[in-house]
Write a protein that binds this ligand. Structure first.
Ligand SMILES: [Fe+2]
Length: 131
């Protein structure tokens, strides 16, 4: 049996369209709110069709020297052109982009995990230090 972590694929987001891109300050002040934007396909667009799309992105924070990671948010993208008229004929598509607002009390690492409905789970990470 595989360890769950072995199912999380990673790569350079500049060459692989499935890798979440985490955009936030490298350094923040403890207790101050800051924004974290997570997207996919910043360099190479990922499809958003009824047959092939990003279902969700989850964001976690792992504080330095902590045993546990904390879930910051889970963001579902539910509309991909489904319609009674058929696939890709619907009136609305949710784009796989989200901005979360958070504050931290310790330095640590943000982890984003995204699920493509046919290409599985993809991860990326970004370190955050304290000013
Ligand atoms: Fe995909």
């Amino acid at each position: 049996m595989k360890d769950f972590g072995q199912m999380l694929q990673s790569a350079d987001w500049k060459t692989e369209k499935h890798v979440p891109v985490i955009e936030c300050p490298d350094q923040v002040k403890a207790g101050d709110l800051f924004s974290v934007k997570v997207t996919l396909g910043k360099e190479i667009a990922h499809p958003n069709t009824t047959e092939h799309h990003i279902r969700w992105i989850s964001l976690y924070f792992h504080p330095e020297n902590d045993k546990f990671a904390y879930q910051v948010g889970h963001f579902s993208f539910a509309a991909h052109g489904e319609s009674a008229d058929g696939a890709n004929k619907g009136p609305v598509y949710t784009n796989h982009e989200v901005t979360a607002s958070l504050k931290v009390g310790k330095p640590g690492v943000l982890y984003a995990v995204a699920l493509c409905n046919i290409h599985g789970l993809w991860q990326s990470a970004k370190e955050i230090s304290l000013a």
